[in-house]
Design a protein around this ligand. Structure first.
Ligand SMILES: Nc1ncnc2c1ncn2[C@@H]1O[C@H](COP(=O)(O)OP(=O)(O)OP(=O)(O)O)[C@@H](O)[C@H]1O
Ligand SMILES: [Mg+2]
Length: 315
């Protein structure tokens, strides 16, 4: 699907927390679907099995006494599509989507943030089937002992209470959390029934980089581009790094068009020159993750990270 095929995109009700009005606001939005997400086939398959099929066939799951709903924790280096795929899940299942940036509910009034959090879970239950996406989980999920502020601790406890409802009264509510630093999460959040399914979102492979570059160039005026050549030179680049690369190349084409007074498409050289001096933004994350994966990973939650590093010859 082309990115400009807006009318074919799923329309979903998106509920967001308005930081200024301190209230939930609703709007109808066209959401991305899996077709807009380059690569990540294994992850799409897993999400399909765990999330989408139960939602589309609830009668089978109910017959066997299984609740439809659940939770998933996406983790990985920045810019590798955690937020992007969560939105695409909502588009894919045409469920209502609540996007909660935790930072937004950290109210200055003591006691207000946990009410806000409770209201948001209530809203998700009222709007089921609903995907509740809790982004930037690290901003509160931190280890409770290590937290300086009592008020943050209360909020983590509230989150635990809400998540515990997942098996019973959260039927049809799908909670997706995202974090760059899962090792800082309160271990209580990772217990069964809460965020016990962790999914690693790695940087795109060479083949996936081809897909992403094509998606980002699609609909823009461009020459015949050797995308594979660029993909070969962008090992460890995140999806966001690739998006930036294409965006810089588009800027060059616009500048040239303005100078020449006629439309000048993106050339291969624009991409090559915007690649100059650019380094992948994911490497720093891997050097930190490696320590946690090797020395504090009793449950092998980070084995996927080590496997990725080995496969991609990262030290
Ligand atoms: N697999 C992908 N296919 C297409 N675009 C992608 C993909 N991965 C990342 N992108 C692009 O990169 C941008 C940044 O991705 P996103 O915001 O989802 O990263 P993130 O993992 O949530 O990062 P952070 O940890 O910084 O929040 C997206 O808006 C999207 O345009
Ligand atoms: Mg994000």
């Amino acid at each position: 699907m082309k990115r400009d095929d807006t009318e074919k995109r799923a329309k979903v009700k998106v509920i967001q927390f308005d930081q200024h009005q301190h209230a939930l606001t609703e709007l109808e939005q066209h959401c991305e679907t899996f077709a807009d997400v380059g690569g990540l086939e294994d992850i799409k398959k897993k999400i399909n099995m765990d999330f989408i099929l139960p939602l589309q066939n609830p009668e089978y799951f109910k017959a066997f006494g299984k609740a439809t709903g659940g939770s998933l924790l996406l983790f990985g280096p920045p810019g590798c599509g955690k937020t992007f795929i969560a939105k695409a899940i909502a588009g894919e299942i045409k469920a209502n989507f609540i996007h909660l940036e935790l930072q937004a509910i950290l109210s200055m009034y003591v006691g207000q943030s946990e009410h806000n959090l409770h209201d948001i879970f209530e809203k998700a239950r009222d709007n089921s089937p609903c995907v509740l996406f809790i982004d930037e989980l690290d901003s509160i999920g931190g280890n409770r002992q290590g937290m300086s502020q009592h008020h943050d601790r209360v909020l983590v406890n509230q989150l635990l209470i809400e998540l515990d409802g997942l098996g019973t009264f959260n039927d049809g509510v799908y909670v997706i959390g995202a974090t760059n630093t899962p090792w800082y999460l309160d271990p209580a959040l990772r217990r069964p029934g809460r965020f016990n399914k962790m999914v690693f979102m790695p940087p795109p492979s060479e083949e996936e980089r081809v897909d992403i570059l094509n998606l980002k160039l699609s609909g823009k005026p461009h020459d015949q581009i050797d995308v594979l050549k660029i993909a070969k030179k962008t090992c460890h680049f995140s999806g966001a790094d690739l998006e930036q690369l294409v965006s810089d190349a588009l800027d060059q084409a616009i500048e040239r068009s303005l100078q020449q007074g006629k439309l000048s498409p993106v050339h291969q050289t624009d991409l090559e020159s915007s690649l100059q001096g650019r380094v992948p933004s994911t490497l720093e994350w891997f050097s930190t993750a490696k320590n946690y994966a090797m020395f504090s990973d009793a449950n092998k939650a980070y084995q996927s990270v080590l496997d990725y590093m080995k496969r991609n010859k990262l030290k």
